[in-house]
Write a protein that binds this ligand. Structure first.
Ligand code: FPP
Length: 235
């Protein structure tokens, strides 16, 4: 793959775990467990091939509506990853959790804070894990900050521009997403990075569910991205 045509920032909606499990008469949590392994493989691969930013949609603000056992199983997978420090420490990736973290349990919040602190001086890929994340919710949080900064005299309302909003999102300091990948045949963004994806290319893959996603599928999506002609509103 030509390094020049690689997206700087990739977003992935890791969809299809439940269907993968159902096809095998397994509980939905079994699909998430395999999905978490695939997540690790894809993070390693993206880091190896030189992707600079990767954001994965791990748990949305709407996912709390799922059965209690499924939510618990997912939280356990996040905890397992956070406890497995050697994985992200060895790879020197810079992990950031994006979302309303105050809605997570105390232990998870502490593990997240420890993880982010231990990764902050690394120079590998930036990995954002979206947890209790919603794109609209992120914009609401950014707006609260804008209002606060105006009230505190730190921001003049006439200076409010797109950059000022980007600077207050969970992804502050990072480039907009270039490519969004969604396996499993669903053709929507589902409230994922809605501000940052204004000019993103979307690659929807209907032949694969997330637990079957692998490096080859990633290459396929990257080739499709490289073929696209991005004009950003120009000609
Ligand atoms: C959507 O598939 C997937 C999720 C809501 C969970 C994604 C989480 C993981 C893959 C675990 C990641 C682990 C770490 C450590 C970040 P779905 O359940 O909606 O699938 P369905 O549409 O087939 O029901």
């Amino acid at each position: 793959m030509n390094q020049e045509n690689l997206p700087r920032h990739i977003g992935i909606i890791m969809d299809g775990n439940g269907r993968w499990a159902k096809l095998r008469n397994l509980p939905r949590s079994a699909g998430h467990k395999i999905g978490a392994k695939v997540f690790r493989n894809i993070v390693t691969y993206c880091n190896q091939i030189g992707i600079q930013y990767l954001t994965v949609y791990a748990f949305s603000t709407e996912n709390w509506k799922r059965p209690k056992e499924e939510v618990q199983a997912l939280m356990q997978l996040f905890r397992d990853y956070l406890l497995e420090t050697e994985t992200y420490l060895e790879q020197k990736i810079q992990v950031r959790f994006i979302g309303d973290l105050s809605g997570l349990d105390e232990e998870l919040q502490q593990l997240i804070a420890q993880c982010e602190t231990s990764c902050q001086d690394f120079d590998g890929m930036h990995l954002n894990i979206a947890l209790n994340y919603g794109g609209r919710d992120e914009i609401v949080h950014a707006m609260r900050r804008v209002v606060q900064d105006v009230q505190d005299g730190k921001l003049d309302p006439s200076a409010l521009d797109e950059q000022a909003i980007s600077d207050r999102l969970y992804t502050y300091g990072q480039p907009d997403v270039d490519l969004i990948i969604r396996p499993s045949g669903e053709y929507r963004l589902s409230n994922f990075l809605i501000w940052q994806s204004a000019y993103a290319e979307c690659v929807f893959m209907d032949q694969v569910l997330w637990p079957d996603f692998n490096e080859k599928q990633m290459d396929k999506a990257l080739k499709e991205y490289a073929r696209r002609n991005r004009r950003f509103g120009g000609v």
